[in-house]
Design a protein around this ligand. Structure first.
Ligand SMILES: C[S@@+](CC[C@H](N)C(=O)[O-])C[C@H]1O[C@@H](n2cnc3c(N)ncnc32)[C@H](O)[C@@H]1O
Length: 242
């Protein structure tokens, strides 16, 4: 993602995730020690979903990144397949799983295709992938999820929320209508949609200041929680395969 000198929104749908996992900066010229979503542990919101019984049976963690959510789910006794488009992320996730003795089936896959996984999953976790895709990709993605899900499967999506003050660039936030129309068009029935919080690494504030959200701007201030994480407003969506 690079800052546009003309002040236009960053090119959010052309992020080279593999380069970021190899250490390239997410925002040009802003070197950080880690991707802003890497908190080296499962997201508290994912723990809540698991505790509520919303991740069960054969679980797919799609866009799994460095694997901490998948590793947590495996530790709770779930059978987890964790897929990401970045080979570097998958290699690093496998290392983290090995170090923790966790059994997760990691593989590289394009979320908008998911060929070879048809009819496999009882429940799906999307932790911060949906908002990385443009509208056309979102349709192909949720249609692909429909193909790989079993009848009655449950889909859980965490994505950037557009209706609360946020350190995230406005162009990356998702209107509720977008989620509703995309899921309806691809055969998913929304059964719950509410707000939650995603824990970002402390560098979210620094990155935000470089994409037009300087600290102190309306909604742009990144405040650290008691664990040193930045609280990012998210939608948490539950949908049943129709
Ligand atoms: C913001 S990160 C979230 C990572 C992880 N789920 C988490 O919450 O820490 C988004 C992830 O989606 C992956 N991703 C983006 N587009 C993808 C695609 N088309 N297919 C598969 N993975 C994709 C990226 O490589 C990245 O790991």
């Amino acid at each position: 993602m690079t800052e546009d000198p003309a002040g236009r929104p960053p090119d959010i749908y052309n992020v080279d995730f593999d380069a970021i996992y190899q250490g390239e900066p997410l925002v040009e010229g802003v070197k950080t020690d880690r991707p802003p979503w890497d908190i080296e542990q499962a997201q508290p919101a994912v723990k809540e979903l698991e505790g509520a019984g919303r991740l069960f049976g054969e679980v797919l963690d799609i866009g799994c990144g460095l694997g901490d959510n998948a590793i947590f789910l495996a530790a709770q006794g779930h059978r987890v397949t964790a897929l990401d488009g970045s080979p570097t992320a998958i290699r690093k996730a496998e290392e983290r799983a090995r170090a923790q003795g966790a059994e997760v089936d990691f593989a590289v896959a394009d979320a908008t295709e998911l060929a070879g996984y048809e009819g496999r999953f009882d429940s799906v976790l999307d932790s911060a992938l949906y908002h990385c895709l443009d509208d056309e990709q979102r349709l192909r993605y949720t249609a692909a999820l429909h193909r790989v899900a079993k009848p009655d499967a449950l889909l859980n999506i965490l994505c950037f929320c557009d209706d609360s003050p946020t350190p995230i660039p406005d162009a990356m936030t998702v209107p509720e209508d977008n989620i509703r129309s995309t899921l309806a068009a691809t055969g998913w029935d929304i059964t719950d949609l509410r707000r939650t919080i995603y824990a970002g690494a402390a560098n979210v504030g620094e990155l935000a200041a470089n994409v037009g959200k300087p600290a102190g701007d309306e909604g742009g201030e990144a405040v650290l929680d008691e664990n040193g994480h930045v609280s990012i407003p998210m939608w948490v969506v539950q949908a049943r395969r129709g």
